[in-house]
Design a binder for this molecule. Structure first.
Ligand code: SF4
Length: 286
């Protein structure tokens, strides 16, 4: 608030890259009118393969006032008829988001809040802004801190991420609906398969199963694309192999996850974990 910036370089005002109905999320979040996404600039991590680097690393977007953010949330709910308010990488701006939502809530305009993040947040942050989290769309990206530090500048990721997932599971529980666009509460864990590090996704599945969290929806994602600094950093300079992807997809089934989605290698089509077709290309940016 005094003009200083930290790791993510976010300032006091929310900076937004773009917003609007989005149809690429998991089906329970996407009804006929889409998930109401607000893509915030900046991020709690700096992944060398980030597809969103123009706004996550470089801060592209526009500083907006809190009343303007209120109007954006109103438009997504009232004009666009979206299923939820999908806050993508909201963490640097939580106080402003809460302030922006307050007038709408007072008017009785309310959509489920989706907290869409890398999963690199402290439990006290999640607990402090629990009112902005009805649905958690949370990554489990790494199971090895050395990878997290080298690849995403995220020291202590594994412990922080697992504590966050445990907290969210305890608070929200499994997703309350599989019907397109109708989820109002619960957790979806996203596992992006990374080249040379597929076993870390398997380790995270093993951890989830060991905690008894096989009731959660998991999304196994094949969409990794080498971009940005990954182009100079093996093994992140290549796509995921089919063997790597299958290793994670099969582990999800073996550990007993039967709710969620596997994206389909090459994202050419996707099926849920019961083998039913779902739209291709679900996925987060970030
Ligand atoms: S990949 Fe996601 S978590 Fe990593 S820097 Fe980009 S937006 Fe942030």
């Amino acid at each position: 608030m005094e003009g200083e910036t930290g790791f993510c370089r976010a300032g006091a005002l929310p900076r937004v890259f773009r917003w609007g109905p989005h149809f690429g999320e998991e089906p329970p979040l996407v009804g006929a009118n889409g998930s109401g996404c607000v893509f915030f600039s900046r991020c709690t991590m700096k992944c060398l393969y980030c597809q969103n680097s123009p706004w996550s690393w470089k801060g592209g977007g526009e500083d907006i006032s809190v009343p303007r953010l209120t109007e954006i949330l109103r438009e997504l709910a009232v004009k666009d008829g979206c299923s939820n308010w999908n806050l993508v990488s909201p963490t640097p701006y939580l106080p402003a988001i809460r302030e922006a939502a307050a007038p709408l809530l007072a008017e009785g305009i309310r959509l489920p809040f989706v907290w869409n993040s890398s999963g690199y947040e402290r439990v006290e942050t999640l607990a402090g802004y629990r009112d902005l989290c009805d649905i958690a769309l949370i990554d489990m990206r790494y199971a090895d801190d050395a990878t997290a530090r080298a690849t995403s500048a995220a020291p202590g990721y594994v412990e922080a991420n697992r504590a966050a997932v445990r907290y969210l599971h305890d608070e929200l529980g499994p997703l309350d609906s599989d019907v397109p666009g109708s989820a109002t509460r619960g957790v979806i864990v996203r596992l992006l398969v990374l080249p040379g590090h597929a076993e870390e996704a398997v380790e995270n599945l093993a951890w989830l199963a060991g905690e008894g969290f096989t009731d959660l929806h998991v999304a196994v994602m094949s969409q990794y694309t080498p971009v940005y600094k990954a182009l100079e950093t093996p093994p992140f300079d290549r796509a995921v192999t089919e063997d790597e992807y299958n290793l994670v997809a099969e582990a999800a089934a073996d550990f007993g996850f039967d709710r969620g989605w596997v994206q389909g290698f090459e994202a050419s089509g996707a099926s849920n974990l019961l083998g039913e077709a779902m739209p291709a290309g679900h996925g987060r940016v970030g």
